[in-house]
Design a protein around this ligand. Structure first.
Ligand SMILES: [Zn+2]
Length: 106
């Protein structure tokens, strides 16, 4: 499993995670917010509901605060007050790999 060597957080744009095998995975905040791994959001997704309510005009959620959780992942506090999700590096890497695995010839 690749190790994380750098994380950059742009509170209104995206979170970018750099791995030691050269992969630089960038996640738009709206996608991250929707993919929140906490039990509440997971439950909402399983019921086919959106765990985050998009705002008028397609305004993206923003990060109020983010904190490294050991070597394990990232805890994010969102501007809607939600802060129970911890995004693991493993999970983010798998998500990136899945996104780039399908039908890309390069
Ligand atoms: Zn959540």
């Amino acid at each position: 499993m690749a190790e994380v060597i750098d994380v950059s957080i742009e509170r209104t744009q995206s979170v970018t995670v750099e791995f030691d095998d050269g992969v630089r995975a960038s996640f738009p905040l709206a996608d991250l917010r929707r993919a929140c791994p906490c039990a509440g959001c997971k439950g909402a997704r399983e019921q086919g509901r959106d765990p985050w309510t998009p705002r008028a005009g397609g305004v993206s959620p923003t990060i109020v605060d983010a904190e490294l959780v050991g070597a394990w992942g990232l805890s994010i506090r969102w501007d809607d007050g939600h802060d129970t999700g911890i995004y693991s590096w493993d999970g983010m890497r798998r998500w990136y790999d899945d996104d780039h695995a399908s039908g890309d010839p390069s």
